[in-house]
Design a protein around this ligand. Structure first.
Ligand SMILES: Cc1cc2nc3c(=O)[nH]c(=O)nc-3n(C[C@H](O)[C@H](O)[C@H](O)COP(=O)(O)OP(=O)(O)OC[C@H]3O[C@@H](n4cnc5c(N)ncnc54)[C@H](O)[C@@H]3O)c2cc1C
Length: 288
């Protein structure tokens, strides 16, 4: 087998420097935790001419609250998210706990999960359920894109070749949030399907997003609208069995799954409905 060509390497210390490099070398592929990229390079699924190592950039590792939201740098790892943001972003923190192993969570970032835009990315459904906005930066300036527009298809996103993800920002939780995932075992597993759910009591709103059961994460809009009108927001009374069952059906109905090695489309549709009911019951019990 011929030996691979040498890979160019850039390691800027600031975001401004990184954006200059990206503008000059749009072919340079960003590297954050490397838990997707290095696997792809090692298996020769990717052979980038150059790598833009973002790990020395302190700005990308910062997070800060503002106006009821939280701005999280693209380079914040899952471990830090769990430890530092579990109270403000509980749905994302629960999902982060299910990602890979401790080693993967210590290296892997939500910025990397966003850029990979895998339908099975566990960070994505909670971001949809919390109305996240992705901040894209380039030497031309910064633009803010809602996560549902950022992800354009399976492993596709709307980033221009000279852009980097600087951060994402999310509404801080105002009610309980949940995430549940089905896999073939408890740890180190790619989701067969998942559901993220968030209650926004001040708006009388339930947000639900299905992962790994369609080309992109899918917002269960019909289920959201239905259940918001059924819940006893003032009294916190129990959810009726019929309403819970209907909610599960509607969450299942929004899935657009395929048969693949991890599960059949039929199984995924069923499981997504079960996860929908389960996450709602957990969240409502916390709320009540
Ligand atoms: C053993 C193992 C288990 C895993 N388990 C899970 C799991 O359970 N759930 C899950 O969702 N994922 C899992 N993954 C996948 C991976 O860990 C995640 O997708 C992770 O979030 C990737 O982040 P990273 O920082 O390592 O990204 P990297 O590998 O560094 O980069 C990923 C992609 O994002 C781009 N990128 C990174 N940062 C930026 C930026 N700031 N701007 C623009 N582009 C950028 C890179 O160019 C690359 O295309 C697993 C991976 C492994 C190896």
């Amino acid at each position: 087998m011929p030996s691979p060509s040498p890979i160019g390497f850039h390691r800027p210390d600031t975001l401004a420097e990184a954006l200059e490099i990206k503008a000059e070398h749009p072919e340079a592929v960003p590297l954050a935790g490397g838990t997707d990229l290095m696997v792809a390079i090692n298996f020769r699924h990717a052979s980038p001419p150059a790598v833009l190592d973002l790990t020395a950039i302190a700005e990308l590792r910062e997070w800060a609250p503002y106006d009821g939201r939280v701005r999280v740098g693209a380079g914040v790892t899952y471990t830090r998210l769990i430890e530092e943001l579990g109270d403000r972003l509980p749905g994302l923190a629960i999902a982060s706990r299910t990602v890979g192993s401790l080693q993967i969570r210590n290296r892997g970032t939500v910025g990397g999960n966003l850029a990979t835009a895998s339908p099975a990315g566990d960070g994505l459904p909670p971001l949809y359920a919390a109305g996240a906005v992705v901040e894209l930066a380039s030497v031309r300036g910064t633009r803010r894109v809602p996560v549902g527009e950022f992800v354009t298809g399976p492993k596709r996103n709307c980033m221009e070749p000279d852009e980097l993800i600087a951060a994402f920002d999310v509404a801080a939780a105002s009610g309980p949030q949940q995430f549940a995932k089905v896999g073939t075992r408890n740890a180190m597993v790619i989701a067969v399907c998942s559901v993220a759910l968030a209650l926004w009591p001040e708006r009388r709103r339930v947000a639900a997003c299905v992962g790994s059961a369609g080309p992109t994460p899918l917002v269960a809009s019909e289920a959201e609208e239905f259940i918001a009108g059924e819940l006893d927001w003032d009294g916190g009374g129990p959810i009726g069995e019929q309403a819970l069952a209907r909610f599960g059906e509607l969450v299942g109905a929004c899935a657009r799954p395929i048969d693949d090695v991890r599960g059949t489309a039929r199984y995924r549709t069923h499981a997504v409905g079960v996860l929908g009911r389960r996450t709602l019951a957990w969240a409502w019990s916390d709320y009540a």
